[in-house]
Design a protein around this ligand. Structure first.
Ligand SMILES: NC(=O)c1ccc[n+]([C@@H]2O[C@H](COP(=O)([O-])OP(=O)(O)OC[C@H]3O[C@@H](n4cnc5c(N)ncnc54)[C@H](OP(=O)(O)O)[C@@H]3O)[C@@H](O)[C@H]2O)c1
Length: 316
């Protein structure tokens, strides 16, 4: 079984495995498929799982954890680092603690290790379908929402709190009001969207960065093959006897960033863990640093091209 390095995060007792298994699938996998993939991932050595209310994968992950305990694959719930996220429909300050409790109920756990604000936006209604009507898209009350997040920590519902898809501007606003600073910011990051400025800002302010869609989210509605089909990365992979996916993941890891990557395939999920006993050369890093930059994941592709949504995308 693969051994995954762990990271000590500010303000947190439990260290976080640097690579977590993502559970957002497209089209959304059914409960049994997701549950089987999580069990397979635990067997392969994954101990960090990334879910969200919006992915519809919390229940499957929770059932897989129960099953993993029953099978003796893990000794206790505390062997796992579980991250989930507050959906934009629940970001009114009064809704945050109940939303966190709902996620815990779905996950069948008493606490999560990390609770993140999924997107810096508020939807005034619960949505079952996207895109959403423009009139329900409102700015996030950052101060109020963060108080709700801090309350989740104070109530023991989560060990740590953080954000996702927060730009420098939004993070700066949050840092000026937070009593408990955000532990991490989970954002899109891969060789094609390297996030240099945001990473520098986060480093200065003690906020860890986690990369999502490190493989470009190939074969999903929100991604494409610009990483896995890239010739520069493929050439580096060939020269090192690795796969293009491993080169992309290793590159993220070498930037001091943790990873949320998704594979529900037994071979590929195992392959994605084989990135810790080799390194990229200076020449490889130089080539990757010269790749053209383009953001892949946009909120507009999910919620619709509304003015506020486009503003959030432009800042990220
Ligand atoms: N905070 C946010 O707003 C946000 C947004 C997007 C994603 N996320 C999180 O980040 C996780 C990962 O991001 P992602 O799912 O968007 O994209 P990703 O991990 O970059 O890519 C996933 C895709 O790559 C394929 N894949 C995985 N390993 C591979 C390999 N070794 N070789 C070839 N193909 C491979 C997967 O297919 P198979 O499953 O068939 O292997 C899947 O189609 C998500 O699941 C979610 O938990 C968060």
């Amino acid at each position: 079984m693969a051994v995954i390095p762990k990271l000590k995060l500010s303000g947190m007792e439990k260290a976080m495995p640097v690579i977590g298994m993502g559970t957002a699938s497209f089209p959304m996998a059914d409960l049994e498929t997701t549950k089987a993939a999580v069990l397979e991932a635990i067997k392969a050595g994954y101990r960090h799982f990334d879910t969200a209310f919006a992915y519809g994968s919390e229940t499957a992950l929770g059932q897989a954890v129960v099953e993993a305990l029953r099978l003796g694959l893990i000794e206790s719930r505390s062997d796992l680092f579980i991250t989930t996220k507050l959906w934009a429909s629940f970001t009114d300050p009064s809704q945050i603690v109940p939303a966190c409790k709902m996620s815990l109920q779905n996950l069948k756990v008493e606490y999560v290790d990390m609770y993140l604000i999924h997107w810096p936006v508020r939807l005034t209604e619960m949505v079952r379908k996207t895109p959403v009507p423009v009139e329900i898209v409102k700015p996030l009350d950052i101060k109020g929402a963060w108080k709700g997040m801090e309350e989740c920590v104070n109530l023991g519902l989560t060990k740590g709190i953080g954000v996702s898809n927060f730009s420098i501007k939004t993070l700066d606003q949050l840092l000026s009001t937070a009593k408990i600073p955000p532990t991490l910011n989970q954002v899109e990051m891969n060789p094609y969207w390297q996030q240099k400025k945001l990473r520098e800002f986060c480093k200065e302010r003690g906020v860890h960065v986690t990369a999502y869609s490190p493989l470009g989210a190939n074969n999903t509605k929100w991604g494409d093959d610009r990483i896995l089909g890239n010739e520069v990365l493929a050439d580096i992979a060939k020269a090192r006897g690795k796969t293009t996916a491993q080169v992309a993941l290793r590159w993220v890891y070498e930037q001091g960033v943790s990873i949320a990557s998704k594979s529900f395939n037994k071979e590929r999920m195992a392959q994605n863990l084989q990135i810790f006993d080799w390194c990229l050369s200076d020449q490889d890093l130089q080539k990757i640093s010269q790749l053209p930059q383009a953001k892949g994941v946009t909120l507009a592709s999910i919620l619709g091209p509304h003015p506020l949504v486009l503003e959030i995308d432009a800042d990220l």
